[in-house]
Write a protein that binds this ligand. Structure first.
Ligand SMILES: Cc1ncc(COP(=O)(O)O)c(C=O)c1O
Length: 433
């Protein structure tokens, strides 16, 4: 068979399998405008849709703070950066933002990436290279994001059960015993994106000290939102100084796009010269960086949107309780409504949009373990009481229709009995194969 035919055959077969398993992805286009955000227009139907899917938690993507900064950057400097940081794409605002981030997090240096995804791939790859030949071992939470899973594929690693300090310690102790000289790197998230759960970072930091490990904390979903200086959950828990490397991003609370790494001055200097994800790509453009810079400064002032967002999260959880909507409450600001089956979760999300004018997204394998599909509900600082009520009452109606209220609750009871989400390891290798 020639390669073109094989290409056609394999793509069809893989897509067919995805569809059979209910895992095929359909995108939903929502157009936002600055005035009505977070109510957008669902393009297919032309109807308004209250957005409960966006990670623009504080609505900064449409605020004067970011928009004016971006407009003025375009007017003054144009759009494209012109190249990589090394080859002509370095302009003063990039420098200013890196210095600001290093100061914000009280670390020696910061390095900008074009996304949070690239930042994780870049820093984990750079550490693997740095420790090459010394048999490094990575200790990675089982729920870590794909951008952490991918760069560790060919590295020696121990996957510890989600937020399970005892399991992490057992794995560190075993490695310390069998491979005492191996560098040890613990990597986790400050706030997990699929359920809003939060680790005990102090306990992880204590283990790191005890076993001579270093810590990488992905705070992409929490920077800007928590801590006096907006550094995330680690700062909120009072352990910012114990974290060796923080990965942050501008695509959520900042309402912009991009990622960064902060750490020691030497580590940043090393990464700058050895990290392909940083070196071989054009730097972010002027409007994006100016918006990120303005948002970072603004978020460091602990603006009122943060408090409003907390109130909306608490209010929505109360409304869910009152309406019998089964959600797993892991204390964070992302609220999972457990469904189980992927196809059903997608159907419910469609019904919410069509019948109730509410845009929610279903998360399913491989984003979450198979059989644990959920609606991933994200309150926004700009939601009104009416928006929150429309979601809660609409969900109640649809979940009753699908018979999910009971099923979801049973699943949550089971999770809570175990003290956590089941410790089934993700199987990223099985994805799309
Ligand atoms: C925990 C975590 N890290 C990193 C990323 C990637 O960030 P970005 O969207 O900026 O690429 C995400 C994406 O949502 C995430 O959830």
């Amino acid at each position: 068979m020639n390669t073109q035919d094989l290409l056609q055959q394999l793509t069809s077969a893989n897509l067919g399998r995805l569809k059979e398993n209910g895992l095929y992805r359909k995108f939903v286009a929502i157009q936002h405008d600055r005035v009505n955000f977070p109510v957008g227009i669902h393009i297919d139907s032309g109807k308004p849709a209250i957005d409960f899917a966006s990670s623009d938690y504080l609505g900064l993507s449409v605020s004067d703070v970011t928009v004016e900064a971006a407009i003025s950057a375009v007017q003054n400097n144009g759009v494209g950066s012109g190249g990589s940081h090394n080859l002509g794409g370095r302009y003063p605002e990039l420098e200013e933002l890196e210095i600001l981030l290093a100061n914000q997090h009280s670390k020696g240096g910061a390095l900008l990436f074009n996304s949070g995804y690239a930042a994780n791939i870049g820093i984990l790859g750079s550490l693997s290279l740095l420790f090459k030949g010394k048999n490094p071992i990575f200790f990675s939470d089982e729920w870590n994001h794909r951008s952490i899973i991918e760069p560790l594929r060919s590295q020696e690693k121990r996957i510890y059960s989600h937020n399970d300090i005892k399991d992490l310690e057992a794995k560190l102790a075993e490695a310390n015993h069998t491979k005492p000289d191996s560098p040890k790197i613990i990597v986790f998230e400050g706030l997990y994106s699929m359920d809003g759960s939060v680790p005990n970072i102090k306990a992880i930091a204590d283990l790191a000290k005890k076993y001579g490990a270093i810590i990488i904390d992905d705070e992409v979903h929490a920077v800007g939102m928590y801590g006096k200086n907006a550094c995330g959950i680690c700062e909120e828990q009072g352990v910012l100084a114990d974290i060796d490397i923080i990965v942050g991003g501008f695509g959520k609370a900042h309402g912009s796009t991009g990622g960064y790494v902060v750490g020691t001055r030497e580590l940043v200097d090393y990464t700058r010269s050895f990290c392909p994800e940083f070196i071989f790509t054009s730097s972010s453009n002027h409007p994006t960086i100016s918006a990120s810079l303005a948002a970072t400064k603004y978020l460091m002032t602990n603006p009122p949107e943060r408090q409003q967002h907390k109130e909306n999260v608490a209010r929505l959880k109360r409304l869910f309780e009152e309406n019998g909507v089964p959600f797993a409450d892991f204390s964070g600001h992302i609220i999972p409504v457990m469904i189980g089956d992927a196809e059903t979760a997608k159907d419910i999300a469609s019904d919410m949009l069509e019948k109730h004018g509410v845009f929610v997204r279903a998360a399913f394998f491989p984003s979450v373990p198979a059989g644990q599909a959920r609606l991933r509900i994200i309150p926004n600082a700009r939601h009104t009481e009416e928006h929150l009520q429309q979601l809660a009452s609409g969900l109640r109606e649809v979940l009753i229709e699908y018979g999910i209220i009971q099923i979801g609750q049973a699943m949550i009871n089971e999770l809570e009995k175990q003290g956590n989400i089941p410790q089934e390891e993700r199987k990223p290798d099985a994805v799309h194969r």
